[in-house]
Design a protein around this ligand. Structure first.
Ligand code: MN
Length: 268
């Protein structure tokens, strides 16, 4: 169990960095994971830009966003978003909240974000719009209170992505990798929808296409292939949280392979 917990903590650190490296998160936004064996707890980083998050930055929280162990570390203002969704969606294991420039035009104009291509279906067949004004009037637009978090979670409903007026988006997944896939391709879909609309009327995928495409995309094959690609890009950029440890086996393999090739050449 401890090993599983360590690997989950490493994976959500990698997810924070992948989402930053792919341009979804910047100084702000965050990604969390539910505790693998205690559904009433989740992990999210201390107050830190997600590209810098490592396993040691993660703090364990109850679902009402109270730290399980007393801490003097500064915490994110909007961690309640994550806990509020974990409270009402037992199948959700990972959540991302972001302010990607890809989705913000939709958050500002109120235009509906709809799946327009096959991978875009991964963000969900319907993307609801949450307006904090409706229940809370003028705020600083941050989701700070349990009531605000619960309201956002209600707006998400049974969907996977919810847009937040003048603010950003929140995305859920049944695993870390599914959350990352939905988040990144939701942003790609938003960019493509906006660009295609410059060329004329854009029709969404049919409900059947969106449902079938979305179901296929998050199967293990596509999920793993995409995760490996994004993780490789992160490693090549030098931003992997565990670069040294992962580089060792490859280096050892290369060393052991060399003499064999040399011996072969000699025999020839
Ligand atoms: Mn925010």
């Amino acid at each position: 169990m401890a090993e599983n917990l360590a690997s989950v903590r490493e994976e959500i650190s990698i997810a924070n960095r992948i989402l930053s490296h792919e341009g979804v998160l910047d100084a702000f936004g965050h990604a969390s994971v539910r505790h693998p064996t205690d559904p009433d707890r989740f992990y999210i980083s201390r107050h830190r830009a997600p590209q810098l998050v490592g396993p040691d930055d993660l703090i364990e929280f109850t679902l009402d966003y109270k730290p399980v162990r007393p801490t003097t570390l500064r915490m994110y203002s909007e961690g309640i978003i994550h806990g509020a969704i974990y409270q009402v969606r037992p199948e959700v294991m990972s959540v991302c909240h972001h302010h990607s420039p890809a989705v913000l035009p939709f958050c500002i104009s109120g235009a509906e974000l709809v799946p327009v291509f096959h991978l875009g279906a991964s963000m969900g067949t319907k993307v609801p719009f949450w307006d904090q004004q409706d229940e809370f009037g003028d705020t600083d637009l941050l989701v700070r209170t349990a009531e605000e978090g619960a309201s956002l979670a209600r707006a998400l409903g049974e969907n996977w992505t919810v847009l937040m007026r003048r603010h950003g988006a929140t995305v859920a997944g049944t695993s870390i990798r599914e959350m990352v896939f939905r988040t990144i391709y939701g942003c790609v879909n938003a960019e493509l929808q906006w660009k295609a609309q410059q060329q004329g009327h854009v029709q969404r995928l049919t409900p059947g296409e969106a449902s079938r495409g979305g179901t296929h995309n998050i199967k293990p094959g596509p999920l793993e292939r995409a995760w490996d690609f994004w993780e490789h890009r992160l490693r090549m950029a030098g931003g992997h949280p565990n670069a040294a440890a992962k580089a060792k086996p490859a280096a050892a393999k290369a060393r052991s392979a060399k003499p064999k090739r040399a011996a072969k050449r000699k025999r020839r």
